[in-house]
Write a protein that binds this ligand. Structure first.
Ligand code: FES
Length: 69
């Protein structure tokens, strides 16, 4: 798995199928990529809704690669 920390923005995950559990709710998303909020300002957590631009969130970009399964 590869997580990309976009400069001044969200975390991008590439994939085709994501299983997300939030509290009692579980959802499967079929998408080529998703963007997770890391600024804390999204009204649609855990997903980015673009608020990071409005609030001037600043953070370095980077990559985290998870090896193994
Ligand atoms: S990173 Fe985009 S709304 Fe938080």
């Amino acid at each position: 798995m590869r997580l990309e920390f976009l400069e001044n923005g969200p975390i991008r995950l590439e994939g085709a199928r994501f299983r997300i559990r939030l509290g009692e709710k579980e959802e499967v998303l079929e998408k080529p990529r998703i963007f997770l909020c890391r600024c804390g300002g999204s009204a649609n957590k855990p997903f980015c809704d673009g608020t990071h631009k409005r609030i001037g969130f600043q953070a370095e970009g980077g990559v985290l690669e998870v090896e193994g399964d």
